[in-house]
Design a protein around this ligand. Structure first.
Ligand SMILES: [Zn+2]
Length: 294
């Protein structure tokens, strides 16, 4: 049951502003609260609605989220092992998106900011690549780690509250697996646009509501409520950004839905390897990364 201060509000669709929804299913969270997942009847965006308030969701991001192994959290996010694995995925995504070719064409100084940067691993990676690199993050634990251990330039803030006098300052703004967590994704994308230099780029990644999500439904590995509030299809996310003014440069999808498990059998690992290659080749992965230009 909900406690008295549990706040949920039916809101218009963040993408199209309409309020006609089709119920998909209800799902229980790790704290045994039930959330309704709906699909907008007008634009098709899948979302948690009624939506829990920012305060309500905040309790799901306690320090445990980053240190304890759960279905949705991490097995010590701060370990060197996880950090190098995350860096490997960044590098792979950037390469597959053709980012490095563009990067070579830039002159210094190059400025970048990562929105929802968690412990700052991408900020750190870009700093090591010679960028003037900073991040914004709302969760306290990872911000402390990023500042104290990695000595990075991180602001603890909600990006929509964060501001700079001078707009159009950044060559690159990134949103790695954060848009699905945001209460106001559209407003965030608009703000990113205003802070990018003309010709600058935005790279974002998120789980992709496609064929694998539709087949697995409520059991889809990314159907984590209430941490994930929005579930975009590849086309819908591209359209959303194009409406704001972004121009799509490249996109990739990856991930077969089979998660990496500790001590898995040889057959599982082989099947996973095959399935991961297969979905990447057929462009049906349940993760996506897209590169846009302003
Ligand atoms: Zn809609």
């Amino acid at each position: 049951m909900y406690s008295d201060d549990f706040i949920m509000k039916q809101i218009p669709c963040n993408s199209c502003g309409e309020d006609k929804f089709q119920n998909l299913f209800q799902k229980k969270s790790s704290k045994d609260e039930t959330f309704q997942i709906v699909k907008c009847k007008i634009c098709g965006l899948v979302q948690v609605n009624p939506q829990p308030s920012i305060e309500e969701v905040a309790k799901y991001y306690s320090d445990d989220y980053f240190t304890k192994r759960t279905d949705r959290g991490y097995d010590n996010y701060y370990s060197d092992k996880i950090r190098s694995e995350i860096e490997r995925v960044f590098r792979l995504n950037l390469e597959d998106l053709g980012f490095f070719t563009w990067e070579k064409s830039l002159s210094k100084p190059k400025r970048t900011i990562d929105i929802g940067c968690a412990a700052g691993y991408f900020v750190n990676y870009m700093k090591n690549q010679g960028w003037n690199s900073e991040g914004v993050e709302i969760a306290e634990g990872p911000v402390r780690f990023a500042k104290e251990v990695l000595q990075l330039n991180i602001t603890k803030a909600d990006f929509l509250e964060w501001d700079r006098e001078i707009k159009e300052k950044f060559e690159l703004i990134t949103l790695w697996a954060s848009i699905e967590h945001l209460h106001k994704p559209k407003e965030t994308l608009e703000k990113i646009y205003s802070h990018l230099k003309p010709g600058g780029r935005m790279i974002l990644s998120t789980c992709r509501y496609g064929i694998l999500a539709r087949i697995t439904g409520i059991n889809w590995r990314y159907m984590n409520v209430p941490e994930h509030l929005y579930y975009y299809s590849l086309d819908a996310l591209i359209r959303e950004c194009e409406k704001i003014g972004f121009k799509k440069i490249s996109s990739i999808t990856y991930g077969s839905g089979m998660t990496a498990k500790k001590d898995s059998s040889w057959i599982y690992r082989t099947t996973k390897k095959f399935m991961d290659s297969f979905v990447k080749w057929t462009n049906q992965g349940d993760m996506m990364a897209i590169q846009f230009e302003k």
